[in-house]
Design a binder for this molecule. Structure first.
Ligand code: DC
Length: 208
């Protein structure tokens, strides 16, 4: 069984994907991390994230980079969003995601285009979303917990920029797959969101 979890940044899709993987005993791939590694590698190379050739060169990042704590920063998220608009970058990362999705026994993948491009045949597709205000507040709390005090309105502006780029790009934009179930987590805490996701999956799962 393939479970595709797509959605915008800070929607809770990563938390939900991880919880679903643990619940169903499936391996999980956070595909955003691959784009973040490319963004970070371009930066380390002194390249230009908006240049397709520089971004493509960065797709051969070393595996060890995936454990780099810098990948989690908002700066790297922004770089990831910029490199992800290049079709050559998406193509270079396609096979790795595709083979993870199609491994024997199934898998959970979260990202932006899992249910539309990487695994359109996924039996279960969730589109996790939340209002910009709810997402900004979560991000703000998380950042404060990490000791950085960015004003809430700056985070709202960052989210708007990132959403515009992720939904506006030509290649594999962030859209709701026609057969996806939309889960709005605005009014849910972590536990409620996970419970709602499991219920949604149970409803979509093929009979076993
Ligand atoms: O989910 P995330 O915030 O870690 O993703 C970072 C960026 O990577 C996101 O803004 C767009 C890009 N991305 C993508 O284009 N396709 C994916 N499947 C996952 C992420």
């Amino acid at each position: 069984m393939i479970i595709a979890v797509d959605g915008p940044t800070a929607s809770g899709k990563g938390t939900i994907a991880k919880a679903l993987a643990a619940h169903y005993g499936l391996p999980h791939l956070d595909t955003g991390l691959l784009y973040r590694a490319v963004g970070r590698q371009v930066f380390l190379d002194g390249g230009d994230p908006d240049d397709p050739a520089d971004a493509l060169a960065a797709t051969s990042f070393p595996e060890s980079l995936l454990a780099d704590p810098h990948l989690r920063s908002e700066e790297t998220g922004g770089l990831a969003s910029r490199v992800s608009i290049h079709p050559v970058v998406r193509q270079a990362l396609f096979e790795r995601q595709r083979s993870f999705a199609t491994q024997a026994g199934g898998a959970v993948l979260d990202g932006r285009d899992i249910g539309t491009v990487i695994a359109p045949e996924a039996e279960v597709k969730l589109f996790v979303t939340a209002s910009v205000e709810a997402r900004a507040e979560r991000r703000w709390k998380e950042m404060r917990g990490n000791g950085s005090d960015v004003p809430l309105d700056e985070i709202v502006a960052q989210l708007h920029r990132r959403d515009a780029r992720d939904t506006g790009r030509k290649d594999a934009p962030l859209i709701v797959a026609p057969d996806a179930l939309v889960l709005d987590t605005s009014a849910l805490d972590r536990e409620q969101a996970v419970t709602a996701a499991i219920e949604a999956v149970e409803g979509m799962m093929p009979a076993r």
